[in-house]
Design a protein around this ligand. Structure first.
Ligand SMILES: Nc1ccn([C@H]2C[C@H](O)[C@@H](COP(=O)(O)OP(=O)(O)OP(=O)(O)O)O2)c(=O)n1
Length: 114
């Protein structure tokens, strides 16, 4: 049961990661940004986006799970910043030739064994 669920999750992760990687690679190629997507640049861009994500919560105090009091615009902004972090993370893993979805699933298994 658990094995089947893990297999399904792995399949979904792989599909999602491949789709993201493919679209990101197409986008970068179209704009001629390939040469800028070095490990260093992507890492700095990732940190920058984590900063932008943090700014959303800066000085606001704790938020309620599910963000029931947030406006649609604020939630959309949050979605965008979270996505930017994810996209740079996927780009970075692609530069290293790593399967991030698989690595994350493996890490979850390792965490559970600790
Ligand atoms: N060389 C680049 C530059 C950007 N992007 C993509 C990845 C992110 O999803 C998004 C980040 O774009 P911006 O740096 O313009 O950041 P924001 O979208 O957050 O804009 P702003 O900082 O104006 O809110 O664009 C990319 O793949 N490669």
């Amino acid at each position: 049961m658990l094995k089947a669920r893990y297999k399904k999750l792995r399949h979904i992760c792989q599909f999602g990661r491949k789709e993201l990687s493919k679209r990101l690679a197409e986008f970068a190629e179209l704009r001629g940004w390939d040469e800028y997507h070095s490990s260093r640049n992507l890492l700095l861009a990732l940190v920058g986006e984590v900063g932008e994500l943090s700014e959303i919560f800066q000085w606001k105090g704790e938020v309620t799970k599910g963000l029931p009091n947030w406006s649609c615009d604020d939630k959309e902004h949050l979605e965008e910043e979270l996505s930017d972090v994810l996209l740079y993370l996927v780009c970075l893993a692609d530069v290293y030739g790593l399967d991030l979805g698989q690595a994350a699933l493996t890490k979850i298994v390792k965490n559970a064994q600790k």
